[in-house]
Design a protein around this ligand. Structure first.
Ligand code: NAD
Length: 315
């Protein structure tokens, strides 16, 4: 049995990851400050059932101020998922929460990881937003990142910190650049969650811009599989990997699929394109395929159906 830390364990992705690890019989220390970026009650709900599983502890606190030297004793793997997510909200005064939660919190963890003798892997949740409006699609890890949002800049800075601590101190970091993640427990500020909620309430769904933007959507269980592989694949240390869902889709076409899933016509409300949103994203996952054996398993239709079932169960 390995001892594992999941930061951001009460969030969307962190709670799925903690659950999978616990089901595999691992000991999991979840760390989360349950901040109010979105309703903390939702986060409590995300982890409520984990307390029933053996091996789970939740430490509630801000990563920046925890005793990491103590926490990392005997820990084999850290999955660092905690962050201030959200591209559109990262402008203006809110930026401070992005630098603190994405850059400072990561640096504090890495600083302690330098001396953590048992630590075999530190998997960092990075983001496709580091690419911005990449000219090459699908995008390969080698292209020069050019974020178009303050959020993307903080994720890129944290990635660079991981690289620095790996090169200078041998911290066994791996960075995964997730492409838009969806599925049950998706954050309420994310598109599909908003869409499904609007449909349930018979309201028009908000669409930024003309709807012709394209996205690579990744189902959450594929993200979890990539994390597990990144923690064990021998040649992953010091590397960065794109983790995508396998295809790039036009938003307008996703809406057609959603109409089929919910079985009714949906009302649309086109609103102005948001600053910080990339026009297109698409992942070249060949490196993850080669090093991690990564292969996305869940189709968009199947994944959307699962998220729709989950949203319906909430109301
Ligand atoms: P989330 O907001 O649901 O989860 C993040 C959790 O981290 C929250 O519960 C929050 O309370 C916690 N947290 C933040 N700062 C903390 C701190 N200083 N100390 C302790 N806890 C703290 O977000 P998510 O969608 O699950 O994203 C998880 C990770 O994946 C993030 O690093 C995010 O940047 C990355 N990511 C997500 C997506 C996506 O589509 N959801 C895409 C790319 C990258």
């Amino acid at each position: 049995m390995a001892k594992i830390i999941v930061t951001g364990a009460a969030g969307f992705i962190g709670s799925h990851l903690a659950e999978t690890l616990l089901q595999q019989g691992e000991e999991v220390i979840g760390i989360d400050e349950l901040n109010d970026y979105y309703d903390p009650m939702l986060k409590r709900k995300n982890v409520a059932h984990l307390h029933q599983l053996p091996g789970f502890t939740l430490i509630e606190g801000d990563m920046q101020f925890l005793d990491w030297q103590q926490l990392l004793k005997d820990v084999d793997v850290v999955y660092h998922q905690a962050a201030q997510a959200g591209v559109r909200a990262s402008w203006g005064k809110a930026f401070r929460s992005y630098t603190e939660r994405n850059i400072n919190a990561t640096q504090v963890l890495l600083e302690a990881a330098k001396d953590a003798k048992d630590l075999k892997r530190l998997v960092f949740a990075s983001s496709s937003s580091v690419y911005g409006d990449a000219e090459t699609l699908p995008t390969h890890e080698e292209i020069c990142p050019q974020p178009v949002s303050p959020y993307g800049i903080t994720k890129l800075a944290a990635e660079f910190l991981c690289e620095l601590y790996h090169k200078n101190f041998g911290v066994p970091c791996v960075a995964l650049r997730y492409f838009t993640v969806y599925g049950p427990k998706q954050r309420p500020d994310m598109a599909f969650n908003k869409f499904f909620k609007s449909i349930l309430q018979d309201e028009a769904i908000p669409i930024y811009g003309d709807g012709q933007q394209t996205r690579e959507f990744t189902f959450v269980s594929d993200i979890i599989a990539a994390n597990l592989a990144a923690a064990s694949a021998p040649q992953a240390v010091g590397e960065i990997f794109n983790i995508g869902g396998g295809s790039r889709v036009v938003l307008a076409e996703v809406l057609d699929t959603i109409e089929e899933i919910v079985g009714k016509k949906i009302k649309k409300n086109h609103i102005e394109k948001a600053m910080g949103d990339a026009r297109h994203t698409a992942a070249d996952v060949s490196k993850a395929q080669k090093f991690l054996g990564y292969q996305p398993q869940v189709s968009l239709r199947e994944g959307l159906t699962q998220e729709w079932q989950w949203i319906k169960s909430l109301y």
